[in-house]
Design a protein around this ligand. Structure first.
Ligand SMILES: C[S@@+](CC[C@H](N)C(=O)[O-])C[C@H]1O[C@@H](n2cnc3c(N)ncnc32)[C@H](O)[C@@H]1O
Length: 356
């Protein structure tokens, strides 16, 4: 199961595009070209808990959720998405939302104007990002779209949620959005270049798309990776090939965005530790959130793919997950993931017509 080679990660700075003057992520923290120093006296830290969300009332067919192995899945476009939508998985999503906010020191990487108007959150999940963005930007009208109607019904007046399949043509007008937000959609889209061309069509000239993805490749710089962790990428590579929706988007995002036609691409790639092993207190903090997110989400990330796509028995899958959880909580293992933060702008109309 380990035959697949992890995709090569693009080096920081490879994209010949400007960094924003005030990139919210410190250039020092998680630098992908530097090893993270381990804390030899790691005392571990306390994990934060998360918000449990409510559900909206929608048509019964959309709510006729499917249960498999004790986990609950979306009903609309049954089988399209690999993850459960139950409370356990929503808590994992909320943990990752908090982690992203800590890393970005806010909600966005793209330079958002104060009077931002139409905003789309693609695959909005629990809706936490859309709600907080709407609250922070009263000028905006935020639409969150997802296969699952799991978002709260008590939301700011400038935020609404829709159930739809983002692989289909958008029902929104062309040149409509100022800002499109995409986060953690790996393994969900069959053709990312095509998807981003569609996003560009619906962006206003000068509008921004932000796309954030976690790499599926678990890495370490000192050879301490455990065998279950080393197996992780090979598993997801196979699941992505079986479903036709790659899990390697974090590695190819720079090329995808360029090919789709964005300009002024902003990139930030960082190492995000798994666990509290780094010496640096900020990285230790990130690592605590990341590990808790993975521990909470790991069964949901993988159980459907392992059983339905790869044909493992439920017992085989659970045994693998036991080994993985042991490694995730082993302080001698200095593992990390790469996080890819990108933002790209739709060319202004004049630029577009000059290029054409
Ligand atoms: C890993 S979650 C990420 C949620 C959210 N973007 C975040 O960062 O917290 C992926 C979400 O994408 C949604 N999704 C997957 N495929 C989709 C599709 N074709 N159309 C709409 N939503 C989709 C799933 O239902 C799920 O809520």
């Amino acid at each position: 199961m380990t035959d697949a080679q992890p995709p090569k990660s693009p080096k920081a700075g490879k994209t010949p595009s400007p960094q924003p003057p005030s990139s919210p992520i410190s250039p020092r923290l998680g630098n992908i070209d530097a090893p993270i120093e381990a804390d030899t006296a790691d005392a571990d830290s306390v994990y934060a808990s998360s918000v449990v969300t409510d559900t909206t009332s929608l048509r019964s067919s959309i709510l006729a959720y499917k249960w498999e192995h004790g986990r609950r899945y979306h009903a609309y476009q049954d089988g399209a998405y690999w993850g459960p939508n139950d409370e356990k998985q929503q808590e994992a999503e909320d943990l990752s939302h908090e982690m992203f906010k800590i890393i970005l020191n806010g909600l966005t990487l793209a330079p958002i104007s104060d009077d931002v108007q139409n905003v789309l959150d693609v695959g909005c999940g629990t809706g936490a990002w859309a709600i907080e963005f709407a609250d922070a930007h009263p000028s905006s009208q935020v639409i969150g779209v997802d296969l699952s109607p799991i978002q709260p019904s008590f939301v700011p007046p400038n935020c609404k949620f829709e159930v739809d399949d983002v692989i289909k043509d958008f029902t929104y007008p062309d040149n409509y959005f100022d800002y499109i937000h995409i986060r953690s959609m790996t393994g969900c889209i069959p053709d990312w270049v095509q998807f981003h061309r569609k996003a560009l069509k619906h962006l206003k000239p000068g509008g921004w798309t932000e796309h954030i993805e976690n790499s599926g490749v678990v890495r370490s710089d000192d050879g301490t990776l455990g065998p279950a962790m080393a197996q992780w990428w090979g598993i997801f590579d196979k699941i992505g090939k079986a479903t036709g929706k790659t899990f390697g988007i974090a590695e190819t995002l720079p090329d995808v965005l360029k090919e789709a036609g964005y300009t002024n691409i902003v990139e930030r790639r960082i190492k995000i530790p798994i666990g509290t092993w780094p010496k640096n207190p900020d990285l230790k903090h990130w690592g605590a959130w990341n590990r808790q997110f993975i521990l909470q989400g790991v069964e949901g990330f993988s159980i459907r793919g392992l059983t339905d796509c790869l044909g493992w028995t439920y017992e085989e899958a659970q045994l693998y997950l036991v080994s993985l959880r042991k490694e995730l909580t082993d302080p001698k293992i200095h593992a990390y993931l790469e996080l890819a933060f990108y933002a790209g702008q739709k060319p202004e109309a004049a630029e577009e017509s000059t290029a054409a």
